[in-house]
Write a protein that binds this ligand. Structure first.
Ligand SMILES: [Zn+2]
Length: 268
């Protein structure tokens, strides 16, 4: 039955003109409005901040410095989103980004990303999910094929079961215990976008591969894989994908450095 899904999306794309093209050229079904999604992102973000303990000022300054350097390189239209980033106190090496530009990084991720360039690859990847409208695409696809369009059209009932499910699909469901992994296609796309962004901001793109090696090493003890990794399947392929785009990223990086973009974000 798996072939039914792309078929259904193609049919919808042809009939309702809600199709868009992702930054890497995939066609996407986007049914929700940006305004609607961004408002939901903002709401979920303020909820996260109420429910989870945030880390101290030093960690916050460090992560903010990296995010600022990357956001400064975005096209004007995307730069104007309400980009915000917070560090949450949690050993789980996790990071997320919500529609609207609301991002979080756990202190556990700061232990695995051992320098500014590695952390920039995490932040770049998360920004990539936002730029490519992955939450909208996933919710639209789910709705088109299973949830039913009625869920999407009722924004009032976010506390209802359907609303909570929608929040989960959008990647905002942590507080409800519903977090769905992005697809492999979304992960690869966020990797490619993130790699380019970090390089353009003057962070060393080769460190993205080191981050994955650190992730792998962190699971060497046979424990449960870090959440960020377990929701990001296919590690070997991920590194290959990064390597495949490395020449282009290195060229961007050299260009950024020679233009004076040399971010210096001291690690606390
Ligand atoms: Zn991801």
């Amino acid at each position: 039955m798996r072939w039914l899904r792309p078929l259904a999306i193609t049919a919808l794309c042809a009939s309702i003109a809600a199709c868009s093209t992702s930054p890497t050229g995939r066609s996407q079904l986007l049914l929700l409005s940006d305004a609607e999604l961004n408002a939901m992102g903002r709401q979920a973000f303020s909820q996260y901040q109420q429910e989870l303990p945030t880390a101290g000022q030093a960690s916050h300054r460090y992560v903010q410095c990296i995010a600022d350097a990357i956001v400064a390189e975005l096209p004007a239209e995307q730069r104007q989103l309400d980009w915000q980033i917070r560090v949450f106190e949690s050993e789980q090496p996790n990071a997320f980004a919500l529609p609207g530009g609301y991002m979080g990084v756990n202190t556990g991720m700061l232990d695995i990303a051992t320098n500014q360039d590695q952390l920039a690859s995490v932040v770049g990847h998360e920004i990539g999910h936002v730029l490519a409208n992955h939450a909208n695409e996933r919710a639209s696809t789910e709705s088109a094929t299973s949830l039913g369009l009625s869920v999407i059209s009722s924004t009032s009932g976010m506390q209802s079961a359907g609303g909570q499910q929608l929040m989960g699909v959008l990647g905002m469901g942590a507080q409800y215990g519903i977090v769905l992994p992005f697809s492999r296609a979304h992960e690869s796309e966020a990797d490619v976008i993130g790699l380019d962004l970090m390089a353009q901001a003057g962070f060393d793109p080769r460190e993205s591969v080191t981050l994955w090696e650190n992730m792998q090493a962190a699971t060497g003890g046979g424990g449960a894989p870090p959440a960020w990794m377990s929701t990001h399947p296919g590690q070997g392929q991920r590194i290959e994908g990064l390597q495949g785009n490395m020449d282009q990223a290195l060229a961007r990086y050299e260009q950024a450095r020679s233009s004076g973009r040399m971010p210096n974000c001291p690690r606390p």
